[in-house]
Design a protein around this ligand. Sequence first.
Ligand SMILES: NC(=O)c1ccc[n+]([C@@H]2O[C@H](COP(=O)([O-])OP(=O)(O)OC[C@H]3O[C@@H](n4cnc5c(N)ncnc54)[C@H](O)[C@@H]3O)[C@@H](O)[C@H]2O)c1
Length: 248
Amino acid sequence: MSQNLKDKVAIVTGGAGGIGSRIAKTYAGAGAKVVIASRSQGKLDKVAGKIDGEVLALATDVTVPEQVDNMVAKTIDEFGGIDILVNNAGGAMFIKSPNDLEPNEWDAAIALNLSSVFLCSRAVSNNMMERGSGRIINISSVAGMRLSPSFVHYGAAKAGVINLTKGLAMSWAPNNINVNCIAPGLTATEGVANWLPEKTKEDGTSVPPLLYPPDPEHVADLALFLASELSAHISGELFPIRSLTELA
Ligand SMILES: NC(=O)c1ccc[n+]([C@@H]2O[C@H](COP(=O)([O-])OP(=O)(O)OC[C@H]3O[C@@H](n4cnc5c(N)ncnc54)[C@H](O)[C@@H]3O)[C@@H](O)[C@H]2O)c1
């Protein structure tokens, strides 16, 4: 049993961003053929150029069903099938109290963070069923596990992803498709650089790593475990990964 993904085919949505591009790199390093999908072809090409291995960059808006179907069809054309889907595209989009949030903003947040997970999972499921196995890894957030008053749209969508994970896992268990969910806390990506705490304490000593937000690499290592044969009997589960300070 190993974490080797040799000859496996993985789609990583939001693969031009912080956590997604790191997962793509980790999967390629483990031997997978990787499709990275997000909206900007230019950004995807830049990321693809920095990853050693077979990488296909497909401009895709994961909120648009036709574009999702196209992403799946092109992956099957190019690589012959799909073994792994990481539903990573997402983001809080707005920091607003519920009263200030417009209905169209609510809809957009749900479309990006929840409906896209359903659309992409549904789109790959037929191919995974035909092949008799598959792995789906959904990136939720600790915002989906606790109160988040400035992000009710994001918290509600990410909570939905946790429940959707369990429902899809049960539905597709007879087809040998494992569906699991990672819920990162604040993670040290470029996009949240302004929110990260200092790495050095007032007395000049370093903050212990487990009391500091994880790096994208830590999330990617968990995503590798959930894509590998080491997690063969794990499905429908939720894996938070965060600084211990977020438990307080
Ligand atoms: N960084 C954190 O602190 C943190 C914490 C918890 C959860 N998360 C979750 O992790 C995931 C990745 O976050 P990140 O911090 O790397 O974000 P990021 O903004 O760096 O990357 C997000 C990626 O998703 C893509 N994307 C956005 N809308 C899209 C669409 N409609 N179609 C296709 N792609 C789209 C972006 O282009 C980008 O490539 C998200 O689901 C996010 O909610 C992040």
